[in-house]
Design a protein around this ligand. Structure first.
Ligand code: NAD
Length: 260
Protein backbone atom coordinates (compact mmCIF):
# COMPACT_ATOMS: atom_id res chain seq x y z
CA UNK A 1 0.00 0.00 0.00
CA UNK A 2 1.10 3.55 -0.74
CA UNK A 3 -0.93 5.02 2.14
CA UNK A 4 0.75 8.11 3.55
CA UNK A 5 2.91 8.62 0.46
CA UNK A 6 2.49 11.62 -1.83
CA UNK A 7 2.89 11.56 -5.61
CA UNK A 8 3.35 14.31 -8.16
CA UNK A 9 2.22 13.25 -11.63
CA UNK A 10 2.93 15.74 -14.42
CA UNK A 11 0.48 15.87 -17.31
CA UNK A 12 -2.17 14.06 -15.31
CA UNK A 13 -5.32 15.82 -16.52
CA UNK A 14 -5.59 13.38 -19.43
CA UNK A 15 -4.58 10.02 -20.84
CA UNK A 16 -1.77 8.01 -19.24
CA UNK A 17 -1.06 10.62 -16.55
CA UNK A 18 -4.64 10.61 -15.30
CA UNK A 19 -4.53 6.80 -15.17
CA UNK A 20 -1.28 6.95 -13.12
CA UNK A 21 -2.88 9.42 -10.70
CA UNK A 22 -6.01 7.33 -10.25
CA UNK A 23 -4.05 4.07 -9.81
CA UNK A 24 -1.68 5.61 -7.24
CA UNK A 25 -4.67 7.09 -5.39
CA UNK A 26 -6.40 3.68 -5.43
CA UNK A 27 -3.22 2.32 -3.79
CA UNK A 28 -3.57 5.01 -1.10
CA UNK A 29 -1.25 7.82 -2.20
CA UNK A 30 -2.13 11.50 -2.00
CA UNK A 31 -1.83 13.18 -5.38
CA UNK A 32 -0.64 16.39 -7.00
CA UNK A 33 -2.39 16.53 -10.35
CA UNK A 34 -0.82 18.71 -13.04
CA UNK A 35 -1.76 19.66 -16.54
CA UNK A 36 -3.90 21.83 -18.76
CA UNK A 37 -7.62 21.75 -19.40
CA UNK A 38 -10.97 23.30 -18.56
CA UNK A 39 -10.93 24.27 -14.86
CA UNK A 40 -14.31 22.59 -14.34
CA UNK A 41 -13.07 19.31 -15.87
CA UNK A 42 -9.89 19.37 -13.76
CA UNK A 43 -11.88 20.06 -10.59
CA UNK A 44 -14.19 17.16 -11.43
CA UNK A 45 -11.21 14.77 -11.74
CA UNK A 46 -9.56 16.17 -8.58
CA UNK A 47 -12.62 15.93 -6.36
CA UNK A 48 -13.54 12.57 -7.92
CA UNK A 49 -10.16 11.11 -6.90
CA UNK A 50 -10.64 12.38 -3.33
CA UNK A 51 -14.15 10.96 -3.10
CA UNK A 52 -13.50 7.65 -4.82
CA UNK A 53 -10.24 6.74 -3.09
CA UNK A 54 -10.37 8.67 0.21
CA UNK A 55 -7.06 10.47 -0.41
CA UNK A 56 -6.09 14.12 -0.73
CA UNK A 57 -5.65 15.54 -4.24
CA UNK A 58 -4.51 19.02 -5.28
CA UNK A 59 -3.95 20.48 -8.73
CA UNK A 60 -0.84 22.41 -9.77
CA UNK A 61 -1.30 24.47 -12.94
CA UNK A 62 2.49 24.52 -13.53
CA UNK A 63 3.45 24.92 -17.19
CA UNK A 64 6.11 22.32 -17.97
CA UNK A 65 7.93 24.82 -20.18
CA UNK A 66 8.62 26.98 -17.06
CA UNK A 67 11.37 25.85 -14.63
CA UNK A 68 10.13 28.20 -11.87
CA UNK A 69 6.59 26.81 -12.08
CA UNK A 70 7.90 23.23 -12.04
CA UNK A 71 9.72 23.94 -8.78
CA UNK A 72 6.54 25.53 -7.35
CA UNK A 73 4.63 22.34 -8.24
CA UNK A 74 7.04 20.23 -6.17
CA UNK A 75 6.89 22.73 -3.27
CA UNK A 76 3.07 22.63 -3.42
CA UNK A 77 3.23 18.87 -2.88
CA UNK A 78 5.67 19.21 0.01
CA UNK A 79 3.57 21.96 1.64
CA UNK A 80 0.07 20.58 1.20
CA UNK A 81 0.76 16.83 1.32
CA UNK A 82 3.84 16.85 3.58
CA UNK A 83 6.31 15.35 1.10
CA UNK A 84 6.90 14.28 -2.49
CA UNK A 85 7.79 10.59 -2.29
CA UNK A 86 6.84 9.63 -5.83
CA UNK A 87 7.49 11.73 -8.91
CA UNK A 88 6.11 10.68 -12.28
CA UNK A 89 7.35 12.79 -15.16
CA UNK A 90 4.74 12.20 -17.81
CA UNK A 91 3.70 15.46 -19.51
CA UNK A 92 4.35 15.27 -23.21
CA UNK A 93 3.33 16.60 -26.58
CA UNK A 94 3.87 15.41 -30.14
CA UNK A 95 4.44 17.16 -33.46
CA UNK A 96 4.97 15.46 -36.80
CA UNK A 97 6.92 17.12 -39.63
CA UNK A 98 9.87 16.53 -41.98
CA UNK A 99 13.04 17.63 -40.19
CA UNK A 100 13.87 20.42 -42.67
CA UNK A 101 10.45 22.01 -42.13
CA UNK A 102 10.18 21.32 -38.41
CA UNK A 103 8.92 24.57 -36.79
CA UNK A 104 11.51 25.96 -34.37
CA UNK A 105 8.92 26.73 -31.70
CA UNK A 106 7.64 23.13 -31.84
CA UNK A 107 11.17 21.75 -31.46
CA UNK A 108 11.78 23.98 -28.42
CA UNK A 109 8.41 23.13 -26.84
CA UNK A 110 8.88 19.37 -27.24
CA UNK A 111 12.39 19.45 -25.77
CA UNK A 112 11.14 21.62 -22.87
CA UNK A 113 7.98 19.62 -22.04
CA UNK A 114 9.08 16.08 -22.91
CA UNK A 115 12.68 16.27 -21.62
CA UNK A 116 13.77 19.34 -19.65
CA UNK A 117 10.69 19.38 -17.40
CA UNK A 118 11.72 15.98 -16.03
CA UNK A 119 15.17 17.35 -15.16
CA UNK A 120 13.67 20.37 -13.38
CA UNK A 121 11.16 18.28 -11.41
CA UNK A 122 13.78 15.68 -10.41
CA UNK A 123 16.15 18.47 -9.35
CA UNK A 124 13.45 19.98 -7.13
CA UNK A 125 12.18 16.70 -5.63
CA UNK A 126 15.41 14.79 -4.92
CA UNK A 127 16.54 16.73 -1.80
CA UNK A 128 13.29 15.85 0.02
CA UNK A 129 13.49 12.19 -1.08
CA UNK A 130 17.11 11.97 0.10
CA UNK A 131 16.21 13.54 3.45
CA UNK A 132 13.43 10.96 3.99
CA UNK A 133 15.51 8.06 2.63
CA UNK A 134 12.90 6.81 0.17
CA UNK A 135 11.77 7.75 -3.31
CA UNK A 136 10.40 6.60 -6.62
CA UNK A 137 11.00 8.49 -9.85
CA UNK A 138 9.28 7.22 -12.99
CA UNK A 139 9.65 8.85 -16.38
CA UNK A 140 7.19 8.10 -19.16
CA UNK A 141 9.51 7.51 -22.09
CA UNK A 142 8.21 5.68 -25.18
CA UNK A 143 9.09 2.99 -27.70
CA UNK A 144 10.58 6.08 -29.32
CA UNK A 145 13.21 6.15 -26.56
CA UNK A 146 14.59 2.96 -28.16
CA UNK A 147 13.73 3.19 -31.86
CA UNK A 148 12.79 6.00 -34.25
CA UNK A 149 10.04 6.79 -36.72
CA UNK A 150 10.30 9.33 -39.54
CA UNK A 151 8.94 12.87 -39.04
CA UNK A 152 9.20 12.76 -35.24
CA UNK A 153 12.71 14.21 -34.81
CA UNK A 154 12.00 16.32 -31.71
CA UNK A 155 9.92 13.64 -29.98
CA UNK A 156 12.43 10.85 -30.64
CA UNK A 157 15.34 13.07 -29.55
CA UNK A 158 13.53 14.04 -26.33
CA UNK A 159 12.55 10.45 -25.51
CA UNK A 160 16.08 9.13 -26.14
CA UNK A 161 17.20 11.94 -23.81
CA UNK A 162 14.74 10.78 -21.14
CA UNK A 163 16.23 7.28 -21.37
CA UNK A 164 19.71 8.68 -20.65
CA UNK A 165 18.52 10.97 -17.85
CA UNK A 166 16.77 7.99 -16.22
CA UNK A 167 19.98 5.92 -16.14
CA UNK A 168 22.10 8.80 -14.82
CA UNK A 169 19.69 9.71 -12.00
CA UNK A 170 19.34 6.01 -11.06
CA UNK A 171 23.11 5.71 -10.60
CA UNK A 172 23.35 8.92 -8.56
CA UNK A 173 20.58 7.84 -6.16
CA UNK A 174 21.31 4.10 -6.03
CA UNK A 175 22.41 4.06 -2.36
CA UNK A 176 19.61 6.36 -1.17
CA UNK A 177 16.68 3.92 -1.53
CA UNK A 178 15.44 6.04 -4.43
CA UNK A 179 14.82 4.29 -7.73
CA UNK A 180 14.51 5.93 -11.13
CA UNK A 181 13.04 4.06 -14.07
CA UNK A 182 11.47 4.72 -17.44
CA UNK A 183 8.28 3.16 -18.75
CA UNK A 184 8.22 2.89 -22.53
CA UNK A 185 4.76 2.33 -23.97
CA UNK A 186 4.02 1.57 -27.58
CA UNK A 187 0.75 2.95 -28.96
CA UNK A 188 -1.68 3.67 -26.13
CA UNK A 189 -5.15 4.87 -27.09
CA UNK A 190 -5.24 8.39 -25.54
CA UNK A 191 -6.22 11.89 -26.74
CA UNK A 192 -2.58 12.38 -27.85
CA UNK A 193 -2.87 9.47 -30.28
CA UNK A 194 -6.45 10.23 -31.29
CA UNK A 195 -5.38 13.74 -32.33
CA UNK A 196 -2.81 12.28 -34.78
CA UNK A 197 -5.47 10.39 -36.72
CA UNK A 198 -6.96 13.24 -38.84
CA UNK A 199 -3.52 14.57 -39.92
CA UNK A 200 -2.34 11.09 -40.84
CA UNK A 201 -5.59 10.43 -42.75
CA UNK A 202 -4.90 13.57 -44.80
CA UNK A 203 -1.15 12.98 -45.24
CA UNK A 204 -1.60 9.38 -46.40
CA UNK A 205 -5.07 9.64 -47.95
CA UNK A 206 -6.40 6.89 -45.72
CA UNK A 207 -9.54 6.17 -43.74
CA UNK A 208 -9.47 6.20 -39.94
CA UNK A 209 -9.51 2.39 -39.86
CA UNK A 210 -6.57 2.20 -42.30
CA UNK A 211 -4.53 4.69 -40.23
CA UNK A 212 -5.14 2.67 -37.07
CA UNK A 213 -4.37 -0.72 -38.64
CA UNK A 214 -1.79 0.05 -41.35
CA UNK A 215 0.12 2.96 -39.74
CA UNK A 216 -0.25 2.93 -35.98
CA UNK A 217 -0.53 -0.77 -35.21
CA UNK A 218 1.76 -1.71 -38.12
CA UNK A 219 4.74 -1.63 -35.75
CA UNK A 220 2.90 -3.29 -32.87
CA UNK A 221 3.02 -7.09 -33.34
CA UNK A 222 0.03 -7.76 -31.05
CA UNK A 223 -2.11 -5.47 -33.28
CA UNK A 224 -3.76 -4.09 -30.16
CA UNK A 225 -3.39 -0.77 -28.36
CA UNK A 226 -1.85 -0.74 -24.90
CA UNK A 227 -4.38 0.54 -22.34
CA UNK A 228 -3.71 3.38 -19.91
CA UNK A 229 -4.65 1.06 -17.03
CA UNK A 230 -1.91 -1.40 -18.05
CA UNK A 231 0.70 1.37 -18.05
CA UNK A 232 -0.52 2.65 -14.68
CA UNK A 233 -0.36 -0.83 -13.14
CA UNK A 234 3.34 -1.05 -14.06
CA UNK A 235 3.97 2.29 -12.33
CA UNK A 236 2.19 1.14 -9.16
CA UNK A 237 4.35 -2.01 -9.20
CA UNK A 238 7.52 0.13 -9.52
CA UNK A 239 6.43 2.12 -6.44
CA UNK A 240 6.22 -1.00 -4.26
CA UNK A 241 8.93 -2.59 -2.11
CA UNK A 242 9.02 -5.59 -4.50
CA UNK A 243 10.58 -3.22 -7.06
CA UNK A 244 13.29 -1.74 -4.84
CA UNK A 245 16.03 -3.43 -6.91
CA UNK A 246 14.65 -2.24 -10.24
CA UNK A 247 16.46 0.99 -11.04
CA UNK A 248 17.89 2.52 -14.18
CA UNK A 249 15.63 0.27 -16.24
CA UNK A 250 13.69 1.22 -19.33
CA UNK A 251 10.66 -1.06 -19.24
CA UNK A 252 8.84 -1.67 -22.51
CA UNK A 253 5.07 -2.15 -22.60
CA UNK A 254 4.65 -2.07 -26.35
CA UNK A 255 2.97 -5.22 -27.66
CA UNK A 256 6.33 -6.44 -28.95
CA UNK A 257 7.14 -3.32 -31.03
CA UNK A 258 10.80 -2.99 -29.97
CA UNK A 259 11.42 -6.74 -30.19
CA UNK A 260 11.09 -6.57 -33.97
P1 NAD B 1 -2.34 13.31 -23.48
O1 NAD B 1 -2.30 14.36 -24.52
O2 NAD B 1 -3.58 12.54 -23.25
O3 NAD B 1 -1.89 13.94 -22.07
C1 NAD B 1 -0.80 14.84 -21.99
C2 NAD B 1 -0.86 15.55 -20.67
O4 NAD B 1 0.23 16.50 -20.62
C3 NAD B 1 -2.14 16.38 -20.47
O5 NAD B 1 -2.53 16.30 -19.11
C4 NAD B 1 -1.69 17.78 -20.81
O6 NAD B 1 -2.46 18.79 -20.16
C5 NAD B 1 -0.28 17.76 -20.26
N1 NAD B 1 0.55 18.83 -20.81
C6 NAD B 1 0.81 19.12 -22.11
N2 NAD B 1 1.58 20.22 -22.20
C7 NAD B 1 1.82 20.62 -20.92
C8 NAD B 1 2.54 21.72 -20.35
N3 NAD B 1 3.19 22.62 -21.09
N4 NAD B 1 2.55 21.83 -19.00
C9 NAD B 1 1.88 20.94 -18.22
N5 NAD B 1 1.19 19.90 -18.71
C10 NAD B 1 1.16 19.76 -20.04
O7 NAD B 1 -1.12 12.34 -23.82
P2 NAD B 1 -0.75 10.84 -23.37
O8 NAD B 1 -0.87 9.99 -24.56
O9 NAD B 1 -1.43 10.46 -22.12
O10 NAD B 1 0.81 11.03 -23.12
C11 NAD B 1 1.41 11.06 -21.83
C12 NAD B 1 2.88 10.70 -21.97
O11 NAD B 1 3.00 9.38 -22.50
C13 NAD B 1 3.67 11.62 -22.90
O12 NAD B 1 4.97 11.84 -22.35
C14 NAD B 1 3.77 10.79 -24.17
O13 NAD B 1 4.90 11.14 -24.92
C15 NAD B 1 3.89 9.40 -23.58
N6 NAD B 1 3.57 8.31 -24.50
C16 NAD B 1 2.32 8.20 -25.04
C17 NAD B 1 2.06 7.15 -25.91
C18 NAD B 1 0.71 6.96 -26.54
O14 NAD B 1 0.60 6.13 -27.44
N7 NAD B 1 -0.32 7.68 -26.11
C19 NAD B 1 3.06 6.23 -26.21
C20 NAD B 1 4.30 6.37 -25.64
C21 NAD B 1 4.55 7.41 -24.78
Amino acid sequence: SLAGKAAVVTGSTSGIGLAYARALARAGANIVLNGMGEPADIEKERSGIEREFGVKAVHSPADMTRPDEIEQMVRLGEKTLGSVDILINNAGIQFVSPVEEFPLDKWDAIIAINLSSAFHAIRAAVPGMKARGWGRIINTASAHSLVASPFKSAYVAAKHGIAGLTKTVALELATHKITCNAISPGYVWTPLVERQVPDTMKARNMTKEEVIKDVMLLAQPTKEFVTVEQVAALAVYLCGDEASQITGANLSIDGGWTAA
